[in-house]
Structures are given as C-alpha cells and as structure tokens.
Design a protein around this ligand. Structure first.
Ligand code: HEM
Length: 366
C-alpha cells in the first residue's frame, strides 16, 4: 500500500508534507517525447500511469519466467517497498507544438521558462516536454523508480536532463536547512490558503486543466566558497532571518510572523532582504504567494575546482505570471544574487490527479 495516495483529485508530491525527515530524497527528470502522434502519446501516458501506480504501491514484481530479462532491477530487493514514493507528472509548453495537434488545448499560463536578468542559462539543463518529480524517503527508491520508468517507455520518451536532490533532517529543530545554512520552507502557505493558491479551476483555462497546478523548477547554483566568507550579520540581512533559529529579524522564534508594516524605514529588516521582497505581506501582494518544495543538489566540482552545489528551487502555483514571475521580478538585483547562479529548469503544467484504477494521466487532455 502506498504511503502517500496515488489516486485522487490532485497528484501527490505537491501538498504532500516534506518536513525535515520525510521524503528527503528526490529526482527531477525532464524528458523529450519521441512518441509519434496522438495515439502513441496516449499509450505513453497510460504506460506512465501504470508504472507510477505500481511503483508508489510497492509489492513483488511479476515473474516473467526462465530466459526472460527480470521484470525488475532488484535495486530495492525482491519485494519493492512503497517507501514514501510520489511520482508527480507535468507537461511543458513544447508538448503543445504541432506534433500532437494539442495547440488549442495549452494551459493559459504555460510558456517556455523565461530568462531573468541574473540568470546564466545552460540549454542542456532547460525545458522539456515532460517533467517527472520523484520524491521518497531514500535515494535508492528514487533511482529505482526512474530506472523502471525509462525502461518501460523506451522509444516514446528520451531523458533530457535529470538532477537528484536531498533535504536535511531538522538541524537541530524546525524546518530543514539549505546549503547556505538557513532554514528553508518556513513561511510556506498551509491548509486551505495553500489550496486556494495552487489548484487550477478557472474559466480562463481549458476545462481539462481543473485540479492541476503549474510547477516552476529553477536550478540555482550556490557559490558556497564565496558565501562562507560573509559575516553572519550580512548573511542574515540578505535573507531577513536569523541563521541559527530561522526567526525573522523582528522576532525570536522561527514561527514568528514578521511585521514589515511596523518597520516602514527598514531599520530592522532591510528593504532588499529576500523575505521582504519575496513577500511584502501587503493586501495587494497576498495572491502572489506560492508553495515552495525545494531540495539541495550536489554535482561534484566545476573545472576550476569549486563546488558545484546548490538549490533545486521548485514551487507550485495557479498562475506563473501572477505568482512566480512577479516575485522573481521583484527579487532581481537582491543582494543574494551575488552568491547564486540560476542555470536551468523549466515551466510545467502538473496534470490533474489520476482518479481511480481506470483513469490515467492526461486523460482529460487527450
Ligand atoms: C523565503 C532561500 C530563491 C521565494 C526564503 C527563505 C530562505 C530562502 C532561507 C526564508 C525561510 C522560508 O520562509 O523559507 C532561498 C535561496 C534561494 C531562493 C537560497 C536561491 C538559491 C527563491 C526564488 C523565489 C523565492 C527563486 C521565487 C521567485 C521565496 C518566498 C519566500 C522565501 C516566497 C517566503 C517569504 C515569506 O513569506 O516570508 N527563501 N530562496 N526564493 N523565498 Fe527564497
């Protein structure tokens, strides 16, 4: 039985809680669809659904008999554990080009990811027809899942880029920390507020999109050697939070809510602090909030011997322009930009949930 449900109105892996200690392993895999035509695309979506359903449920793989390659890689042993796996599938703007005749069904806010002023774009790490986000309690579960899916979709899907992520347990308490040493995820919206901000259900959208959401992925390198030479006070002013506790600069606990209105001259929290720009906490900016669900990555070293590590920033929202792009535009030129380098990612529409055993990904689209 799955730890997190596979069937439902919405996909898992979005509001699925990922507090410190849960679903600490992930993989973000972007694919080009090589299926020819609508019928093959439909077959692909059905195969993906069958595999995601089986992998998230766990259980022993079928015995295909003597002389056949085994049905499963056995990376997780003979009886596959569910291990908190979620498989979350989305489509990119390029899927709606002329290949499948879907141009008139494109979600209203889906475009290719824009390049922003401080970006260092690397085409090898950008975009994709399809994005699958895998999250689980252990990294071998994530590896096993993507290996199973690529095996079952050969000829119809080609990996374009993929990156593994990990999160920390509480250090020592509260929300997990990112690789700059700060607690990350503290001020996420929760409960009905989060639902109102993310699920698509609008007359401005094609009807098939109901129950889906938009996912933005940004691969952001952190210049960690450079960061480690900055004083704690300067680091805290860049974020607008304390490094040790995660408290806002006008509070004492991580859970304290900052009150920027009481600090109009920015004497406590700098005007360009990350949290103040990201969420000014005014009535006009309230519907710009989004749901973040980011991971750390580590890709070894670059040719100069510097660490190639950073942040797989990912967020979910109802409207990429109203939410992510508005915030990203406000963040342009923030002091943190000297220490980070966005180089990849993409915009995707995360499909509505698979309702039951007979339903499949993108049924309402295809
Ligand atoms: C808050 C780190 C990029 C949007 C925060 C916090 C940290 C952080 C430490 C404070 C704790 C929290 O509430 O989670 C980073 C790092 C980034 C990055 C290291 C890049 C490497 C972005 C991007 C966006 C963004 C690209 C969106 C465009 C937000 C939002 C908040 C936040 C909305 C919550 C603000 C609030 O409600 O108080 N980030 N962030 N961040 N960040 Fe980022």
């Amino acid at each position: 039985t799955p730890v997190f449900p596979f069937h439902g109105e919405h996909q898992s892996g979005i509001l699925t809680p990922a507090p410190a200690g849960k679903q600490n392993a992930s993989c973000f895999a972007a694919f080009d669809v090589t299926a020819a035509g609508r019928a093959e695309l439909t077959e692909l979506m059905k195969t993906l659904t069958v595999r995601a359903r089986a992998l998230t449920a766990g259980g022993p793989p079928p015995d295909l008999g003597v002389g056949e390659p085994p049905a499963d890689s056995a990376v997780l042993g003979p009886d596959i554990p569910a291990d908190g796996l979620t498989v979350t599938t989305g489509v990119g703007a390029s899927l709606f080009d002329q290949r499948f005749g879907l141009a008139d069904r494109k979600p209203a806010h889906l475009t290719p990811m824009r390049t922003f002023p401080d970006d260092s774009p690397d085409p090898a790490w950008m975009h994709g027809d399809l994005l699958i986000q895998f999250c689980a309690h252990n990294p071998d579960t994530v590896h096993h899942a993507i290996r199973d899916i690529t095996r079952h979709t050969r000829g119809a899907l080609q990996l374009r880029w993929k990156i593994q992520g990990y999160n920390s347990p509480a250090r020592p308490s509260g929300t997990g920390r990112n690789l700059l040493g700060f607690k990350d995820g503290t001020a996420n919206p929760v409960g009905s507020k989060a639902s109102e901000l993310i699920w698509v259900d609008s007359l401005d959208e094609p009807a098939w999109t109901k129950g889906g959401t938009y996912q933005v992925v940004r691969l952001i390198r952190m210049l960690v050697e450079f960061w480690d030479r900055v004083s704690i006070a300067e680091q805290e002013n860049m974020f607008g939070r304390r490094r040790e506790s995660g408290a806002p600069l006008d509070g004492t606990k991580e859970t304290d809510i900052p009150n920027f209105a009481a600090d109009p001259d920015s004497t406590v929290t700098p005007a360009k602090a990350h949290i103040r720009l990201a969420n000014p906490r005014t009535p006009e900016t309230d519907n710009q909030q989004l749901l973040r669900r980011s991971y750390n990555y580590d890709l070894g070293i670059d040719p100069n011997g510097n660490m190639s590590a950073g942040h797989i920033f990912t967020c979910f929202q109802q409207d990429i322009q109203r939410q992510f792009e508005t915030i990203q535009t406000r963040l342009a030129g923030e002091p943190l930009t000297d220490y980070v380098q966005p180089f990849g990612g993409g915009y995707f529409f995360t499909l509505p949930g698979v309702r039951d055993d007979r339903d499949w990904y993108a049924r309402t689209l295809l």
